[in-house]
Design a protein around this ligand. Structure first.
Ligand SMILES: [Fe+2]
Length: 240
């Protein structure tokens, strides 16, 4: 009898065995009724098998991977989305955005949603301030929402959210930042224009006290995002 070890097998397990295993799993999904679900599941299996065949994880490495994903899920809450962070730092959020982006040159490129759009922005009137604290550097934001053809869109919704001058969103420090600080939901005027007052946001680190922080530390990557304000513009019967 041969003792089981944690050392990955090499020569004794042939590529033919790996191929047979892959074929069996792919076949097990062959009768998935929804064709799109079948395509996605079989592609996932093919790529995951190729990944493992490339990196040849030890059993302890595989166990760490399972534990990492388990802890990533456990770190999620109503006000924190560790899986979105993971998707962001792996470039998967941005790739999905790019895949779904409009091909029309004039349309503003979309970008990642980020992990802090988990509360509803308070409706505000045009020209109002989204700053509810008053300690940052004031600034005025103006813009126009148009169709891809350049036609101004009246009564379009403009949802904005940002961090404060210390790099914190309201949900990250609810004990001292009022809910809704740095957030606002506006409607464009008859000419598609919007304007609001706010403060200059700071660059900020993504949360590093969870599994994604652990990943960044392993890779010696910094956790900072440049200063920015998030926007979602939407109008009835208009793709966004
Ligand atoms: Fe952000």
């Amino acid at each position: 009898m041969t003792a089981r070890t944690t050392t990955p097998a090499t020569s004794e397990v042939s590529a033919a065995t790996y191929d047979r295993l892959l074929d069996e799993v792919l076949a097990s999904f062959e009768h998935t009724p929804d064709p799109r679900a079948r395509q996605v599941l079989q592609a996932l299996v093919r790529h995951a098998h190729a990944f493992l065949r490339e990196v040849r994880p030890t059993l302890s490495e595989w166990s760490y991977a399972v534990d990492f994903l388990t802890r990533t899920g456990q770190r999620c809450s109503d006000t924190r989305q560790e899986f979105v962070l993971l998707s962001d730092v792996l470039g998967l959020s941005m790739l999905t955005e790019a895949i779904n982006d409009s091909d029309i040159e004039a349309v503003t490129d979309s970008t990642v949603l980020g992990p802090f759009h988990m509360t509803k922005s308070p409706p505000r009137a045009l020209g109002d301030s989204i700053d509810m604290v008053g300690t940052g550097t004031p600034c005025l934001i103006t813009g126009t929402v148009t169709s891809a053809a350049g036609q101004p869109l009246a009564h379009a919704s403009v949802d904005v959210w940002q961090c404060d001058e210390n790099g914190l969103y309201d949900v990250q420090a609810p004990e001292r930042i009022p809910a809704g600080h740095g957030r606002g939901l506006f409607r464009t005027d008859a000419d598609g224009r919007f304007a609001f007052r706010t403060i200059v946001p700071s660059h900020y680190p993504i949360p590093t006290d969870g599994p994604v922080g652990e990943l960044l530390k392993t890779a010696d990557r910094h956790p900072y995002r440049p200063a920015h304000i998030h926007f979602i513009a939407a109008a009835p019967d208009t793709a966004t």
